[in-house]
Design a protein around this ligand. Structure first.
Ligand code: SF4
Ligand code: SF4
Length: 56
């Protein structure tokens, strides 16, 4: 299991510093989560203003 950022992402960057394992980085048109690094904690979803990170 890992979280995935959907197309609702507005690239605000709020989630990136909240991730305890640094799984989030800026992508071309939205932020992205490295599924192999994500520990499914949900911290990113908690700070996202548009609910873009969703559990897969
Ligand atoms: S669910 Fe947790 S570990 Fe996974 S990307 Fe979000 S903040 Fe990082
Ligand atoms: S907090 Fe939400 S909108 Fe902001 S960069 Fe992260 S996923 Fe995208």
């Amino acid at each position: 299991m890992a979280y995935k950022i959907n197309d609702a992402c507005i690239s605000c960057g709020a989630c990136e510093p909240e991730c305890p394992v640094n799984a989030i980085s800026a992508g071309d048109d939205k932020y992205v989560i490295d599924a192999d690094t994500c520990i499914d904690c949900g911290a990113c979803a908690g700070v996202c203003p548009v609910d873009a990170p969703q559990p897969e």
